[in-house]
Design a protein around this ligand. Sequence first.
Ligand SMILES: [Zn+2]
Length: 156
Amino acid sequence: MTLLEHDKNAPKAWYGNLPVTSRYTFGIAGEKFFRAIKNEGKIMGTRCQKCERVYVPGTSFCERCLGKLDEWVDVGTIGEVKTFTLLYQNYDGTPREIPEAIAFIAFGDGGIIHRLGVVAVEEINIGMKVEAVFKEKEDREGSILDIVYFKPISDG
Ligand SMILES: [Zn+2]
């Protein structure tokens, strides 16, 4: 038998289960971003002066010029709805009585995907200003879910 011939008796597969888990770290910039949410209730970005862009969430490198970014800027807690979708099912597949609104909310030249709260579906519109509602400080864990939802601000 040469190397190119197939051994008909060779096992074709291994059967079994591999328990695979993985964990991704936030990275240096991600850690700073989530620490600011947890400890200060702030949304932080990084600025590239060369490209005149503010990345939100903050990143370590500019995706345009690949320059190292270390200028952190507080972009505030009010962003703008750029697009949204409505979820008619819960995460377990059961139907929802009231659809949940998930939006891309622009901050700087980036943004955050999060849920909208305290707003009727028919009142959601592209361009509306929404403000982050944070958990109480002692309940925050350093997660994007430390923001409970974004709510509309009245004066647009
Ligand atoms: Zn740049």
